[in-house]
Design a protein around this ligand. Structure first.
Ligand code: CP
Length: 309
């Protein structure tokens, strides 16, 4: 049987995305479904996480599976020199699916190639974060009632931000217009802009984050400037607070515009936004549970019909 992994959104067909959203909607209606009784989900986190790990583990528990894994590679035999390949081979002796976050771009793809069991990429360096993207699409669809023809502002760290890289690729099916808003040091990488041109994705770039561009948005996707990706901490200090979204900036926003953020936030969304009806980032994180229940089921070969049964 073909091994089903989720490593990247780059090759994810439109129908597959829509099907995962439909599965997620079923789980939102009823999160506790013992579809995976007797299965084991391994969560291997070589980088810190709150939402991704806990929502995957909650998803596994709500599906009736059991969870093994680690939250810190320092407590594993990788500190003794065990390779990623050997770690994956060992864990696949124990688990039916591996959810892995790793600091190296390409680590998830490599793991998926050597693993006998399905691998889900929970973030690989600055490359991809496909389960985040599925919950982002789920949240966009839920709040806008559609995925097509939306104006989406991507704000902040567009250079290292794997969530925005994945989101652009997944949105290629839905005719978006992106507004890339970043300081020059953190601008969208050329290969992503080339990807947009090849795919016919419309985009504009600017450094100003102001009420004029906010008024155009259906979705504002804020991102954190990620200290851990900088080799030059002086550069991080220069750009870390370059954009701070405040409630007063939302005066001319569309009524149904929603603010998303993969979280964690640092300073980029002021606390006075939290009570504004445009704020959606905490609900977005809750949607991660439903999206991740769908992902785990899908890689283990369960269909929408199995979920509905
Ligand atoms: N959005 C996200 O990946 O959050 P964590 O790093 O807390 O998992």
């Amino acid at each position: 049987m073909e091994k089903r992994c989720l490593v990247s959104v780059a090759n994810l067909p439109k129908e597959k995305i829509l099907n995962l959203i439909r599965m997620g909607q079923e789980f939102e209606k009823r999160p506790n479904r013992k579809l995976l009784d007797g299965r084991i989900v391994a969560t291997l986190f070589f980088e810190p996480s709150t939402r991704t790990r806990l929502s995957f583990e909650t998803a596994a528990n709500r599906l009736g599976a059991k969870v093994i894994g680690f939250t810190d590679p320092k407590v594993t035999s990788s500190t003794k020199g065990e390779t990623l390949k050997d770690t994956i081979m060992m864990v696949s002796n124990y688990a039916d699916v591996i959810v892995m976050r790793h600091y190296l771009e390409g680590a998830a793809k490599y793991a998926s190639e050597v693993s006998p069991v399905p691998v889900v990429n929970a973030g690989d360096g600055a490359n991809q974060h496909p389960s985040q993207t599925l919950l982002d699409l789920y949240s966009i669809n839920k709040t806008q009632g559609k995925l097509d023809d939306l104006h989406i502002l991507l704000v902040g760290d567009l250079k290292y931000g794997r969530t925005v890289h994945s989101l652009i690729m997944a949105m290629r099916h839905f005719n978006p217009t992106f507004h890339f808003i970043a300081p020059e040091e953190l601008s969208m990488p050329e290969e992503l802009k080339a990807y947009c041109r090849e795919q016919g994705i419309k985009y504009e770039e600017q450094t100003d984050f102001n009420e004029e561009v906010i008024a155009k948005a259906d979705i504002i996707y804020m991102t954190r400037v990620q200290r851990e990706r900088f080799t030059d901490l002086m550069e991080y200090e220069r750009v870390k607070d370059v954009y701070i979204l405040r409630a007063a900036m939302l005066r001319n926003a569309k009524q149904n515009m929603k603010i998303l953020h993969p979280l964690p936030r640092v300073n980029e969304i002021a606390y006075d936004v939290d009570d504004d009806p445009h704020a959606y980032y905490f609900e977005q994180a809750r949607n991660g549970l439903y999206a991740r229940e769908a992902i785990i089921c899908d890689v283990l070969g369960l269909t929408l019909e199995d979920v509905k049964a």
